[in-house]
Design a protein around this ligand. Structure first.
Ligand SMILES: C[S@@+](CC[C@H](N)C(=O)[O-])C[C@H]1O[C@@H](n2cnc3c(N)ncnc32)[C@H](O)[C@@H]1O
Length: 353
């Protein structure tokens, strides 16, 4: 086998794994599509010809979804809207191959920047763990379009367990509490800042369309994302574009009072060395005041957290919801608060934490 063939095979295995672990039991549409792509030598060859960041299934899925939203893929539209089922995989592959040049440009210039508003259902109880204070600053690192900064303006419905936020909000998120008693307390936040190496502007139509394109069409999240984008466009947040490691120290030096850092599906995109420096930056800043780090990330990426076996729940692998406190230059507490569906569909809270 040539080097190129081996690379294509490895990529196909990765796409099959994605279909099996991320899509199965959650998105039949994307399970069919990613399986068909994995089985198409031509699609794998096309992706392998691009830089490695474009190998990620979510990027091609978003690029094609954007074309569907733009009305450029009429044969796929009925499958994306749920009007038709079956045989979408073959049609998707044909559409990708027919638009290779245009897609290549999109895949080279865009990134996976899903801004998942459902994650507020996980963030809200996790923030409740922070000791009460009236001068808290929240910095959401890897904020994308800053949608989750608006968590207080969302109605988060935990079913019979209770709810948070204004009942009349158009941004409505439903989450099931599968275990434990997540605290539902509104945490006063004095200032909110979103930081990203590539800020997407919710009031810019191209950026807003890309955020929508990153949403998986058959998972019932498009409407709430549209509403969250409208909310964020109406009430703009303080969004700063920059690399986390370069920007955070400057921000820390300009802020007084305790700070909570949130990261949701961001650390997973940093390499091990970067993660170490990131953690060291938080630690250094805690010489001046306490720093709290609330994370919802893939297992194992926040090194301070103990290993906790995730509950067996059907669907994609859950996020680990972590709490790390830095005080006087050291980690003074670190625990797993919960496991949660990566889009906030359910939460499994650990009461002992
Ligand atoms: C998968 S998205 C998640 C967005 C958002 N946190 C959410 O949960 O919906 C990851 C985001 O992290 C940003 N990002 C990744 N590494 C970064 C870094 N080193 N500095 C700043 N932003 C970063 C990306 O640009 C992207 O917007």
């Amino acid at each position: 086998m040539t080097k190129e063939q081996t690379q294509r095979e490895a990529l196909a295995d990765y796409w099959r794994f994605f279909a099996e672990t991320e899509c199965k039991g959650y998105s039949p549409l994307y399970e069919a599509i990613t399986t068909a792509c994995a089985n198409s030598g031509e699609v794998m060859e096309f992706l392998a010809s691009l830089s490695s960041h474009a190998h990620q299934p979510n990027l091609l899925l978003a690029a094609m979804h954007e074309r569907v939203i733009q009305g450029l893929e009429p044969t796929l539209t009925p499958f994306y809207s749920g009007a038709r089922a079956g045989h979408v995989g073959r049609l998707f592959v044909e559409s990708v191959l027919a638009s290779r040049d245009t897609l290549g440009q999109v895949l080279s210039s865009r990134f996976t920047q899903t801004n998942e508003i459902g994650r507020v259902a996980t963030l809200a109880p996790a923030l409740s763990v922070i000791p009460e204070c009236d001068d808290l600053t929240l910095i959401d690192v890897g904020t994308s379009a800053g949608l989750t900064l608006h968590l207080d303006d969302c109605f988060i419905d935990y079913g019979s367990y209770g709810s948070l936020g204004p009942t009349g909000s158009k941004v409505r998120v439903q989450a099931q509490v599968l275990s434990g008693h997540p605290p539902l307390r509104r945490v006063p936040i004095r200032r909110r800042i979103g930081l990203d190496r590539n800020i997407l502007d919710p009031s810019n139509s191209d950026d807003a369309r890309w955020i929508l394109a990153c949403v998986w069409p058959d998972t019932g999240r498009l409407e709430r994302t549209r509403n969250a984008l409208a909310l964020a466009a109406k009430f703009p947040s303080e969004l700063i574009e920059g690399e986390a490691l370069e920007t955070l120290p400057l921000l820390f030096s300009s802020l007084e009072g305790p700070i909570v850092i949130t990261t949701t599906w961001v650390v997973a995109y940093m390499n091990t060395e970067y993660r170490t420096h990131f953690s060291a930056a938080l630690s250094a800043a805690s010489q001046k005041r306490d720093i709290y780090w609330i994370s919802a990330e893939a297992p194992g990426v926040v090194a301070h957290l103990p290993d906790v076996v995730s509950p067996k729940v059907e669907g994609p692998p859950p996020s680990v919801v972590g709490f790390v406190k830095f005080s006087k230059g050291q980690v003074s507490a670190a625990r797993v608060l919960a496991h949660a569906h990566s889009h906030g569909t359910w939460i499994w809270w650990y009461d002992h934490s």
